[in-house]
Design a protein around this ligand. Structure first.
Ligand SMILES: [Zn+2]
Ligand SMILES: [Zn+2]
Length: 89
């Protein structure tokens, strides 16, 4: 005569999924970091391009006023203007 209570009660069914917000952290997970410099890119092709054209090449543009060398022409211009106070010819 025992009344069996098979009701498993007391467990509120929650379906609270973690809000997938677009946080900065989330964005960072999608970033591609250059292994040789602090640069990062949102898409891999850009990173590959950067590594090929910027990071992976020897600096070939020399400053005419000092021994510093740069990978990009605009870097030389910027450097010359900033460090030597003259406009690059
Ligand atoms: Zn780099
Ligand atoms: Zn210089």
């Amino acid at each position: 005569m025992g009344q069996r209570s098979t009701l498993s009660s007391g467990k509120p069914q929650r379906d609270n999924r973690v809000n997938q917000e677009k946080t900065l952290e989330g964005l960072a997970n999608n970033l591609f970091f250059c292994p040789s410099c602090p640069k990062n890119y949102f898409n891999k092709n850009s990173l590959v391009k950067h590594m090929k054209l910027v990071c992976g090449v020897e600096p070939q543009f020399g400053c005419p006023y000092c021994p510093q060398r740069f990978t990009q022409m605009f870097s030389v211009k910027r450097h010359v203007l900033k460090q030597h106070g003259v406009a690059y010819p």
